[in-house]
Design a protein around this ligand. Structure first.
Ligand code: HEM
Ligand code: HEM
Length: 346
């Protein structure tokens, strides 16, 4: 039996099989992954995402005066216009120093169980205090940040509005809470993958669907799963085969430096793969610019699988469906400096 579709005759059994395949694939995907909700998440009791706090966090995120030199803001290395990264192998910060790691995106970072390649910061608020003080990033001190903020009437008012009823609203802790509140709004819902998961069979092409199936069946989803396709567990980089020192530099032992536990050498957080097509170069070393190569490295090192070029193409096509709607962020107007505002130092 056949049904007429346009002028072509399609065997009914095949049309039925395609539908069953989509339903099966969706079920398989639902076992492993979750959609990104359209609404930004709430942060619970720890932080209130009021409009004032989010707006303040946005100002702080974009303000280069949070750095000692007055040159680097969070946006310098996590550019909201290019997927939340800087597109460099490893970041360049204070005094043109090259840092040791590639900058991961802060888009959807709120959904990671912990922050940084090694997960050493438990949440975004704890994370935000790191770069400000890191010598190779913003090279500032909490005291100088507080002095800078307190010297500008625009910030005095914005902190009072964001932290109502608090005696000294300007503090380094509240700086971090405001940044966290803003970052929690930086989510990218409605990707082709999310649309497919919600029931739209046509949202993904056949090749993308084949890639999704391969991604799960090859074993990638064992580590890259959940809402962010990663960001929720720790694994050795090099389960089956250790990548070359070019990709996995010997000096960076990952979790081992955080936990000092034997066996955690070269253990890293499974990298989140949302928007991965936008965030080259890849790996904590930033040594791999081509997503095809990154997929091949992963298949070899983590699974001992030698994928065919066509299979790699399929997986890369699938990974492209994880690019969601990018948040459109309007650059805020920042408070003007005051007479006592600390001067930038080289
Ligand atoms: C990591 C936010 C400033 C470079 C991160 C992460 C977040 C973040 C959320 C973790 C993402 C993840 O683990 O998936 C911020 C904020 C900043 C800031 C809010 C401003 C207060 C900077 C600057 C640079 C930079 C100025 C470059 C000079 C990096 C690098 C990492 C990172 C290299 C990875 C570090 C590691 O894993 O050890 N940042 N960032 N960040 N950021 Fe930033
Ligand atoms: C990183 C894809 C299997 C654990 C990555 C990256 C990609 C990727 C593209 C780079 C992300 C970035 O730079 O932002 C894949 C694919 C897989 C696979 C396509 C299947 C063929 C696995 C498995 C594990 C795993 C099975 C766990 C055993 C990790 C870890 C990282 C990572 C720990 C971070 C590596 C680093 O520190 O640079 N994966 N992955 N992956 N993946 Fe996989």
């Amino acid at each position: 039996m056949a049904v007429a579709v346009g002028t072509a005759l399609v065997p009914l059994t095949l049309a039925g099989a395609a539908l069953a395949d989509d339903a099966e694939l969706r079920a398989l995907a639902k076992e492993n992954f979750e959609i990104i909700p359209m609404q930004a998440p709430q942060l619970g009791d720890a932080n209130v995402m009021s409009r004032e706090r989010v707006e303040l966090g946005k100002m702080l995120f974009f303000d280069p005066r949070m750095s000692r030199s007055g040159l680097f803001s969070c946006q310098s290395c996590h550019n909201v216009g290019i997927g939340g990264v800087d597109g460099l192998e490893t970041s360049i910060g204070h005094g043109w120093q090259k840092g040791p790691r590639n900058a991961p995106t802060m888009l959807n970072a709120v959904y990671n169980i912990a922050q940084f390649w090694d997960g050493r910061a438990p949440d975004l608020a704890a994370q935000a205090k790191g770069p400000v003080q890191a010598g190779v990033e913003m090279n500032n001190t909490p005291e100088n940040v507080v002095a800078t903020l307190s010297s500008m009437p625009g910030y005095v008012d914005a902190f009072a509005a964001a932290f109502p009823g608090v005696n000294d609203p300007i503090s380094f802790d509240n700086f971090a809470l405001a940044v966290e509140a803003f970052e929690a709004t930086l989510v990218t819902p409605n990707s082709k993958f999310d649309q497919f998961l919600l029931g739209n069979d046509g949202a993904m092409s056949d090749q993308e669907k084949a890639g999704l199936k391969l991604f799960v069946e090859t074993g990638c989803a064992a580590c890259h799963n959940g809402i962010n396709f990663g960001g929720n567990g720790y694994y050795p980089f090099g389960v089956v085969e250790t990548p070359g020192a070019e990709i996995l530099p010997e000096g960076d032992t990952g979790r081992f430096k955080v936990t000092e536990t034997a066996g955690e050498e070269y253990v890293f957080r499974a990298a989140p793969l949302r928007n991965i097509a936008l965030t080259a170069p890849y790996f904590h070393s930033g040594k791999v610019w081509d997503l095809r190569e990154a997929v091949a490295v992963m298949a070899n090192s983590q699974l001992g699988a030698a994928l065919e070029p066509g299979q790699i193409d399929d997986i890369v096509a699938f990974l492209g469906t994880l690019t969601g709607e990018q948040p459109e962020v309007v650059h805020p107007i920042l408070p003007v400096r005051g007479a006592d505002t600390p001067k930038p130092e080289p």
